[in-house]
Design a protein around this ligand. Structure first.
Ligand code: URA
Length: 211
């Protein structure tokens, strides 16, 4: 469905997200909560992965058992640097997924995203791509990342975040209506600096303790 937003409002996710929002939550706790939430997000986001049946033998009997289809593999692309927090959790659940990185920074005046790093596996055109970044704020970085990643022709693309602002969703889907957004919550609005309100502050700083 074009312009689709899937809010993953599982009670465990909502509870952990509230803990992450609290200003007094430590860096270590913030990091482990993001990892835990990412595991739960990964579970939902991969719900439609295709299965193939393989004849196996249990200790008692042969059976046709479901396995992930080997020709529909995943690549997770982390938007640096806060994307690393979601990537860690996702890799715990899907350890053989391939990983790409895209580095973008926001020009503090124009809020426009500028690319400084790009590396993805050579076979992304044979993989389903999950692009991860905790905060969909103005949407500028996400749009720039998807613009660039579409040039690599992945089999499919999904965008996964923790928090989204309505402005960011609108901007994202004006440019990329074909890419579904998965998020744990949609907050109220952006402030004048492009931060999500009420949000959780700067996800990168809170994740890495850089402030
Ligand atoms: N990036 C963040 O880390 N936090 C916001 O609120 C917006 C963008």
């Amino acid at each position: 469905m074009p312009g689709e937003v899937i809010i993953i409002d599982h009670p465990l996710i909502q509870h952990k997200l509230t803990l992450m929002r609290k200003a007094e939550t430590s860096t270590a706790k913030f990091r482990s909560l993001l990892k835990e939430i990412s595991l739960l997000l990964a579970y939902e986001v991969t719900r439609d992965l295709p299965l193939k049946y393989e004849l196996i033998k249990t200790p008692l009997a042969p059976m046709n058992a479901p396995m992930l289809a080997p020709d529909k593999k995943l690549v997770i692309v982390s938007i640096l640097r806060a994307g690393q927090g979601i990537l860690d959790g996702m890799l715990e659940l899907m350890p053989s997924a391939r990983v790409g990185h895209i580095g973008l920074y926001r020009d503090p005046k124009t809020l426009i995203a500028i690319e400084y790093y790009f590396k993805v596996p050579h076979d992304v055109d044979k993989r389903n791509m999950l692009v991860v970044d905790p905060m969909l704020a103005t949407g500028n970085s996400a749009v720039a990342a998807i613009d660039r990643l579409k040039q690599t022709n992945p089999l499919s693309l999904k965008f996964i975040c923790l928090l989204a602002a309505p402005e960011g969703i609108k901007h994202f889907h004006e440019q990329h209506p074909d890419v579904t957004i998965y998020t744990a919550a949609v907050d109220e609005q952006l402030d004048e600096h492009g931060y999500i309100l009420p949000g959780l502050g700067d996800a990168g700083d809170r994740l890495f303790g850089t402030k």
